[in-house]
Each structure stands twice: as structure tokens, then as C-alpha cells.
Design a protein. Structure first.
Length: 356
């Protein structure tokens, strides 16, 4: 999963660390072009490394990059591919969102797009309730990502008795159903602790009613579809779920902007990038609002000030200081909300509400 790769690489500091980002295609024949495009990007990364180092100095990095030149299965592509390579690391992740194809060479890996995929509200799960089996699916907007197999899912009901006579024993049957749905909720809540994203639940009225009775934390539920979707393909199910999730997303973004408006009225906000950087590093940030495509190369100067630059390839420049800003903010317990381009135009694409 995306978060597993993020945890493994986010604290690695070793120069040069190479991040290769590439827009990919899900379907044939478009994805046939991805192999050539990847080889070209890997060659570009090699050339940039050899402009700064001799081949012996970066031999291990080059070897890890070459692992992706041939034999990579592009039939499994989503909307983008991200490769992380240094002398000790060779990892990749497929993302269900588009990225700008580019090469980043820095002391650490560029994780912004992974964070964006995890924290964008368009990333969510669908819980398909059924008294025989419960399945959990990952989705991004109107596109399925995969069924979750592991972490307790799918859940088989070994309590439910399909014998017609016993099923007529109403109260006993209801108790058995509640017991099973309670087990489902416990499994879901544990999963959500490690993979936080909103959940749309689907099922007949009776099963959703049982779930609402026993659910320990209803805040993770962003919508309901009260009908049986068991006969639908994963793609068709996501098409049903996405409008429900989208309604919640619009409401959440509106609430985040309202919160920003209140913070502005109370003078508990920051929009200047240097001020935001300082406040976040002091642990004063509450909600960081960022437009989807906002990025900024910068140098980190003495005393923690930033020098904003245009050319990310200049020596000593952090390719995207917004990436590092989000990493620090999340580590301090803050929240990140991505907004559509233009929604923060008055604040130059970035704003921070303050705890104090």
C-alpha cells in the first residue's frame, strides 16, 4: 500500500536520492508507450547524476535505477508511477492520481504525491455489507484501486446460519447478525487506524441499521448506499459510491474554507510561506490548506528562513518545499486539506490555520 512505502522512505536522508515520477496509462494500447517513456526518464536521471558525480561514486544508485528498465509490468499501471532509488533503496509505488513526469534528485525522496494520494479526500474505501461476507475496496474518485485482502478482510460470517427454519427465529437471528456486524466494525476501526480515509458503506437497510447500532466511530463513515450492490462489478460499484463520496468531499472542503475564514477573522492564520514554515516547525499549525498543483523550490537558510527560487536544479535547492512542509506538519499532528486550483487565490495557493 501507498502508506507502507511512505513509512519506509520518508525518513531516509542520503544524497543523492532519486525520485522518478511518471504519468502512466491504465489500459491497452496506451500503456504500451509507458515502457519507452520510463526508459527515457531513467536515462535522464542517469545523465543528471553523471553531470555531478563520476560513475564509480553513484554506481549503486544507477544499478537500482536499472532494475526498472526492463521487465516492469505496465499492465498493472494506474495513473502514475513513482520510483525511489539511492545506493540502498529501490522501491516503487503506483498512484491512482496523475502527476507531472519529472526527475527529482535531493538528499531525501520526494513524497508529496504519496501524501497527496493518501490525504486527498478523493481517496476513500467502500465497505460492502453482506451477512455472508463483508468486503472492503479502495477507490480514488470514480476509479477502483483494489480490493483489500489482508488486515482481516474479507470477513466470512461463521455465526450466520442459512438454515431456513433457524433463520425464522427473529430475535436470535438479529443478535447473531449484530454480533457479526460488530466484528466487522472492530476490524474496520483497526484498519482505519493505520489506513485513514473515509468509508462509504453499502448494503440493504437492515444491515446498515445493524452497523449504525454497533459502530464505535461513525466519524469515519462519509456516506451510505442503502441497496444491495453484490451483483455489481467493482467498477460499477465505485460508480455508485463516488457521487456519495463527492457530496461529502464538497462539504468538507467548504468547512475547511469556513474554518480558514474564521481564523482570518481571529488573526490565527498565516499565508506567507516563510511564516507558514516557521509556524509549522514550531508546532503551531492546525490545518494546512494547499491547492492541488501548488509547489515551490526553495533553499533553507540559516535560522530556518526560506529563499524562494525558480530553478529547482540549482545547487542546494529543495525541489519542492511544500512537500517538506507537509511532512513536518503531519509529524506535528496537523491536518492537510487539498483544495482545487484557484480556491486559495487570495492566499497565493497556501494557508495555515493556527492552534494558538
Amino acid at each position: 500500500m501507498i502508506e507502507n512505502v511512505l513509512k519506509e522512505i520518508k525518513d531516509i536522508i542520503d544524497y543523492p536520492s532519486v525520485t522518478v515520477l511518471m504519468k502512466t496509462h491504465r489500459t491497452h494500447p496506451e500503456n504500451k508507450k509507458d515502457s519507452t517513456k520510463l526508459r527515457n526518464l531513467l536515462k535522464e536521471a542517469e545523465n543528471r547524476l553523471l553531470e555531478e558525480f563520476n560513475k564509480r561514486e553513484v554506481g549503486e544508485v544507477l544499478e537500482n535505477l536499472k532494475k526498472y528498465e526492463d521487465g516492469f509490468d505496465h499492465n498493472m499501471n494506474l495513473d502514475s508511477l513513482v520510483i525511489f532509488a539511492n545506493k540502498d533503496t529501490a522501491k516503487h509505488v503506483r498512484l491512482p492520481l496523475e502527476v507531472d513526469s519529472r526527475i527529482i534528485i535531493d538528499k531525501n525522496f520526494a513524497t508529496r504525491d504519496l501524501v497527496r494520494a493518501l490525504h486527498k479526500s478523493e481517496h476513500y474505501y467502500i465497505l460492502r455489507l453482506n451477512l455472508n461476507e463483508v468486503q472492503l475496496f479502495e477507490a480514488f474518485a470514480d476509479r477502483p484501486v483494489k480490493e483489500i485482502t489482508g488486515n482481516g478482510f474479507p470477513i466470512q460470517n461463521n455465526l450466520y446460519n442459512t438454515d431456513t427454519l433457524k433463520r425464522t427465529m427473529g430475535e436470535k437471528q438479529d443478535n447473531m447478525s449484530r454480533e457479526f456486524i460488530n466484528r466487522v466494525d472492530k476490524t474496520l476501526q483497526e484498519f482505519h487506524k493505520h489506513h485513514p480515509a473515509g468509508v462509504v458503506i453499502t448494503g440493504v437497510d437492515r444491515n446498515i441499521a445493524f452497523f449504525n447500532e454497533v459502530c464505535d466511530n461513525k466519524r469515519i463513515i462519509i456516506g451510505e448506499i442503502k441497496k444491495n450492490l453484490d451483483s455489481l462489478s467493482t467498477y460499477e460499484m465505485v460508480k455508485e459510491a463516488w457521487p456519495v463520496a463527492l457530496e461529502h468531499i464538497k462539504k468538507s472542503k467548504s468547512e475547511a474554507l469556513d474554518q480558514l475564514g474564521q481564523a482570518v477573522g481571529q488573526n490565527k492564520f498565516a499565508t506567507d510561506l516563510n511564516d507558514v514554515w516557521t509556524m509549522v516547525n514550531q508546532g503551531r499549525g492546525d490545518v494546512l490548506l494547499v491547492e492541488n498543483d501548488f509547489f515551490q523550490p526553495a533553499r533553507i537558510l540559516e535560522r530556518g528562513r526560506l529563499e524562494l527560487v525558480e530553478d529547482q536544479n540549482e545547487p542546494g535547492v529543495v525541489d519542492d518545499i511544500i512537500d517538506e512542509l507537509m511532512e513536518v506538519h503531519l509529524s506535528m499532528g496537523g491536518n492537510v486539506v487539498f483544495l482545487d486550483n484557484g480556491q486559495l487565490e487570495k492566499h497565493q495557493g497556501l494557508a495555515l490555520t493556527l492552534r494558538y
